[in-house]
Write a protein that binds this ligand. Sequence first.
Ligand code: EPZ
Length: 427
Amino acid sequence: MDQIRIRGGNPLKGSINIAGAKNAALPLMTVSLLTDEEITLSNLPHLADISTMSHLLSDIGVDIAMDGNVSGGHSGRTFNLKAKDILNTTAQYDLVRKMRASILVLGPLLARCGKARVSLPGGCAIGTRPVDLHLRALEQLGAEIELSEGYIEAEAPKGLSGAHVIFPTVTVGGTENILMAATLAKGKTVIGNAAREPEVSDLAHCLIAMGARIDGVGSDTLTVEGVDRLHGAEHAVLSDRIESATYAVATAITGGTVDLIGAQFDLIESVSDILMRAGVEISKIDSGLRIKRENDSIQGVDVMTEPFPGFPTDMQAQLMALMTIAEGASMITESIFENRFMHVPELCRMGADINVHGASAIVRGVDKISGAQVMATDLRASVSLVLAGLAAQGETIINRVYHLDRGYENLEEKLAACGADISRIRG
Ligand code: EPZ
């Protein structure tokens, strides 16, 4: 298995191109199931999860041409997806197990075909992550759902009908599934306590371009007036706010200056606010954002993860890596997932001083952290170890690199181009 080797201590200087957002791209690919016409998606990131979603959709009957070529793997940033006929309404365990976002085919398949059979995703490293809210909301739209042999068996023999759905907890995937299903349901659906994440809005914009009637985009109440059919559309995936914020932390932790090309300030306001309070300069430039932290030390700041527009759970591990070298202490509270502190023991092995009490971690800044052999069990925890390695004295080896490949395009190349001493050891 591949490893990443980092020799820490180099300040980052240069520029980094921000890719399209993984968490916007995955639901956007599934909209292709809602129409028999072609969907063209540009600015797709080159990531393992995009390949997994391509395999799943191909299995269901979507023809996918990548930059004009129909082939296995993905070679381009523009995909043409066409589901002329749905051949199969089952999402197999093997693919769902690999990637939980596979659950996003459930709403579109039910809406288009009146039935779907999707493997129940299991728990994962960051928490139990049930899909009960997706299922309850689809039942409110008229679906009949049974769980059998590890699969969700859903049917809507009379089609889906609009309903008033209020999510008891904000759920990004749940909002996306119901939003897609509601576009082809009969009548009006109101989704209350909807997720306001920019990726949900990006999905809504694409659905509107396909002919869907959606009001309230960007707010916590989405109103959908169902239509008989949706047509083809072209859509560019929005830029990845988590990738942007991760490289902002990389710049801050190493003490450098980096331009993030394509980064959008309005997508990372809550993270920028925390970083600026910690002593990082962030300014808008024509091409994106400039991040700078040269002489001043990092100050400890407290943070709690929240649904958008609050501080994202997907940045919690990276911020913790930064806080390990801050002056003073920081309290980091994780309110979205119950088990998202797997990076803590590994950061401690690198010399960090962190204590976890329930959902909060107290990070007491230390003068230096040092390189070590480390590994993590999810994407953001893994990248937090890369960030710590960039600041650490000596050599850090990150194991289980496949987690990084799921969510960060050309991570080593992007960091090395800014002066980091980082390379991949092929295993
Ligand atoms: C999305 O996951 C993201 N994934 C996650 O990105 C992200 O961490 C998460 O939203 C929160 O922002 C994609 O967009 C593909 P949720 P999702 O439903 O939709 C509970 C990354 O690193 N819940 O908003 O699965 C759930 O357990 C990741 O890129 C239920 O209880 O998250 C969690 O505690 C990983 N029942 C909370 O709600 C349900 O039916 C929020 O989960 C659904 C969710």
